[in-house]
Write a protein that binds this ligand. Structure first.
Ligand code: COA
Length: 175
């Protein structure tokens, strides 16, 4: 694998590559369709609108690298890799609902995880009630942080509502 992550990788018919501005519209559609799942466990007032707008996608792209997993030309899932001081954050993992539970998220996650370099720790945040994401992280070898709030305050720029309803998981690079 190209350590820059710029090269494409074929894996079981799927391709993972960094996303650019031309992918923004499709990526935002994937994110917002997958994020509909939050309505299953969040109170309605905490799901006020789309999870991400195109402008927010651009703002995130200025800090981190977006990756996408494709079947042919169809974008199935996205994830962001952001470095904040001594850790790598894997953020915004979303797989289109019609393609979930087929190993797509795990493949994208392990590809992006394999690109992490120069830090010793990977951190992932999620809603405490998001049992799908928590199970995915636990089966991928992540451990719940001893103090999620401190980790969230140290590495994330999130509002208080989301902070109090979130947890973080961690893994040492290479584990
Ligand atoms: C979380 C998500 C990205 C996982 O992607 P996916 O392609 O469905 O996941 P995979 O098929 O690779 O499954 C990986 C593991 O996730 C867990 N998982 C996935 N879907 C699950 C479900 N419906 N219920 C319980 N566990 C689930 C399982 O541990 C699974 O491994 P297993 O099938 O061997 O048991 C996807 O479900 C999604 O987009 N969810 C909505 C948005 C979201 O919650 N994003 C996370 C933000 S942190």
């Amino acid at each position: 694998m190209d350590p820059s992550g710029i090269a494409e990788q074929d894996d079981g018919g799927y391709t993972v590559r960094p996303l650019g501005v031309d992918d923004r519209e499709t990526a935002v559609t994937v994110i917002n369709s997958a994020a509909e799942w939050y309505r299953d466990f969040l109170p309605p007032e905490e799901v006020p609108g789309p999870e991400m707008t195109p402008a927010e996608w651009d703002a995130e792209a200025s800090r981190m690298t977006w990756y996408g997993i494709f079947a042919g030309t169809q974008l199935l899932g996205v994830m962001g890799l952001e470095y904040v001081r001594e850790v790598a954050l894997l953020r915004h993992a979303y797989v289109a609902p019609d393609h979930q539970r087929r190993g797509v998220g795990r493949l994208l996650h392990s590809h992006v995880e394999g690109l992490v370099a120069g830090v010793e720790r990977i951190v992932v945040g999620t809603y405490a009630a998001n049992h799908k994401a928590r199970r995915a992280l636990e089966t991928s070898g992540y451990r719940l942080s001893a103090d999620s709030e401190t980790v969230l305050r140290a590495y994330y720029d999130i509002d208080e509502d989301r902070l109090v309803s979130s947890v973080t998981y961690e893994k040492r690079v290479g584990d």
